[in-house]
Design a protein around this ligand. Structure first.
Ligand SMILES: Nc1nc2c(c(=O)[nH]1)N=C([C@H](O)[C@H](O)COP(=O)(O)OP(=O)(O)OP(=O)(O)O)CN2
Ligand code: ZN
Length: 141
């Protein structure tokens, strides 16, 4: 788990949940400015997802924590990020990974009757490096 501070996102929703998860994956950044990251290497990625909403579902969940984990861990664990079609034409940087995780989570939330929204995704790539992705307001209305 991330086991450290969680940057908060201001909002006025009644409920907020956070799900931590992690997965191991390899990647490389095929750009001359990426230095040593041009070579294939691996990370254990630590992810925190923030979901908020005003209404609960029939289970009185905002969203089942398990659905959030399954959407990300099953897709990326023990894979090579560059092989995933969502990174076609893009590099699987921490920034792009955070953006893609947000897209995946938000797509699931939009299928739910209670319409929760994903307000923030944190991806930690190394002990010293992490990225926060927050959607623009119009993307979660
Ligand atoms: N803005 C970004 N910069 C870098 C990314 C990235 O995704 N976004 N990625 C990398 C490499 O993938 C590398 O694996 C991680 O870089 P770095 O934090 O420099 O790793 P170190 O373990 O060497 O960090 P130290 O703090 O020096 O130990 C590079 N840059
Ligand atoms: Zn890396």
């Amino acid at each position: 788990m991330m086991q450290q501070f969680y940057p908060t996102v201001p909002h006025a929703y009644r409920f907020e949940l956070n799900k931590d998860m992690n997965f191991s994956a390899a990647h490389f950044i095929p750009h001359e400015e990426a230095g040593k990251c041009q070579s294939v290497h691996g990370h254990t990625y630590f992810v925190n997802v923030t979901v908020a909403g005003n209404r609960l579902d029939a289970s009185d969940f905002l969203i089942d924590f398990k659905l959030l984990k399954d959407a990300i861990h099953k897709k990326y664990d023990h894979t090579i990020l560059n092989d995933h079609p969502e990174f076609g034409g893009k590099f699987p940087t921490t920034e792009r990974l955070a953006e893609e995780i947000w897209q995946s989570i938000q797509a699931i939330l939009e299928t739910r009757d209670n319409k929760p929204v994903c307000l923030q995704v944190i991806v930690r790539e190394t002990p010293t490096s992490y990225v926060i992705y927050r959607p623009q307001q119009e993307e979660v209305r």
